[in-house]
Design a protein around this ligand. Structure first.
Ligand code: PHE
Length: 358
């Protein structure tokens, strides 16, 4: 039987050749548009393979069976190859932009874990803000300190029994100049002398910072903790300034109707020295059966006093000309009172169940 022009190419060999050519072309393609053009060219309604298959009807029965099977096989091959190549290209594109296996854009977003400020940082800021609002500046000083500033300059000479008030962590230190006693500061008061040495009155500063003591810990004692020191020095500062400033501070932190109480206390670097209490905010000063103030109606919140003339003279100020007041308070204790925290050790034990509450 003579072959018609349309089916002249329709032999097992031409099918094989067409398939090979198509597959080879397909492997060279690298984007979805050219894949689609390839599909139309070979498998589309007027595609080369489609037209070839159409010619099957003109073959005799025997040829149609063998060639037809081959042609159908070729069609499946091209379809499978197209599908595989489509998948390869889209995976390649994802990999190129780095998203393969890493992001499923259809998933709902994960909430971001936001950090927060440590409760000590929060209370330190609150305390400092209260003094900044009254015109105080903020300075910081070294935690590793000389005996000279921690004690000597504060009117606590070697061998003075008042040194026992501060259980000290000493540091072994010596240089060419010999031994100089070094320690971890037991309070922020050494900054009184450092600030006065470095500047001239009028002085109004608060000093937040870490302190260390050689002490056994319990619910109200830590071996490391913060203090906020305060110092105001000028011509004509009186005890009334101390009271007014600290009263205002107490009201800012603990509420406008707080009362304050000053009682005599001893610190070698102030004269007179006091401790300051606020009336208990938990029982409104009634005192009976109150856990916070232990039945007294009052809560001690800091030590304070007028800067000792010897301390002023020590930094070269004329105590006849200048006077000043100083105070020192424990922010963890303030936070414990304010937020009802029962154990000071919670501040530095890194327990997220505690920290997340603030
Ligand atoms: N530095 C003292 C202490 O640690 C507190 C204090 C500071 C007292 C300033 C008076 C004046 O106990």
């Amino acid at each position: 039987m003579p072959e018609s022009p349309e089916v002249s190419g329709l032999t097992p060999r031409s099918i094989e050749e067409l398939t090979q050519a198509a597959v080879q072309e397909l492997e060279g393609l690298s984007d979805q548009e050219s894949l689609e053009a390839w599909r139309v060219a070979y498998l589309g309604r007027r595609g080369r393979l489609t037209l070839m298959l159409r010619g099957l009807s003109q073959l005799d029965l025997e040829q149609r069976r063998t060639t037809g099977a081959l042609a159908n096989q070729a069609k499946r091959t091209l379809e499978e190859r197209l599908e595989r190549r489509t998948r390869e290209i889209s995976e390649g594109e994802l990999a190129r932009i780095g998203l393969q296996d890493s992001i499923d854009v259809t998933l709902p977003g994960r909430p971001m874990a936001l950090g927060r400020l440590h409760p000590t940082t929060q209370i330190l800021r609150e305390i400092c803000d209260a003094f900044v609002a009254m015109g105080f500046g903020i300075v910081e000083g070294p935690e590793v300190e000389w005996d000279h500033y921690n004690f000597e300059m504060l009117n606590i000479p070697k061998g003075h029994p008042a040194r026992d008030m501060w259980n000290t962590l000493w540091i072994d230190y010596s240089n060419e100049a010999g031994e100089q006693p070094m320690l971890l500061r037991t309070h922020t008061s050494p900054m009184q002398a450092r600030v006065m040495e470095a500047s001239q009155p009028p002085i109004r500063v608060v000093v937040p910072g870490k302190c260390y003591r050689y002490e056994a810990t319990d619910a109200t004692h830590e071996w490391h903790f913060y203090q906020v020191e305060g110092l105001a020095v000028d011509d004509g500062i009186t005890f009334a300034d101390l009271k007014g400033t600290l009263y205002e501070f107490a009201r800012r932190l603990f509420g406008a109707d707080r009362k304050v109480r000053f009682r005599c206390d001893y610190f070698p670097f102030v004269e007179p020295g006091v401790d300051m209490s606020i009336d208990c905010f938990a029982c409104d000063g009634r005192g009976s059966g109150c856990r916070i103030c232990r039945d007294s109606g009052w809560i001690e919140i800091m030590g304070a006093g007028m800067v000792h003339p010897r301390v002023l003279a020590g930094v070269g100020y004329d105590p006849e000309k200048y006077t000043g007041f100083a105070f020192g308070l424990g922010p963890e204790r303030i936070a414990m009172l304010k937020y009802g925290i029962e154990d000071i050790r919670l501040f530095y034990s890194n327990d997220l169940r505690f920290l997340r509450q603030f």
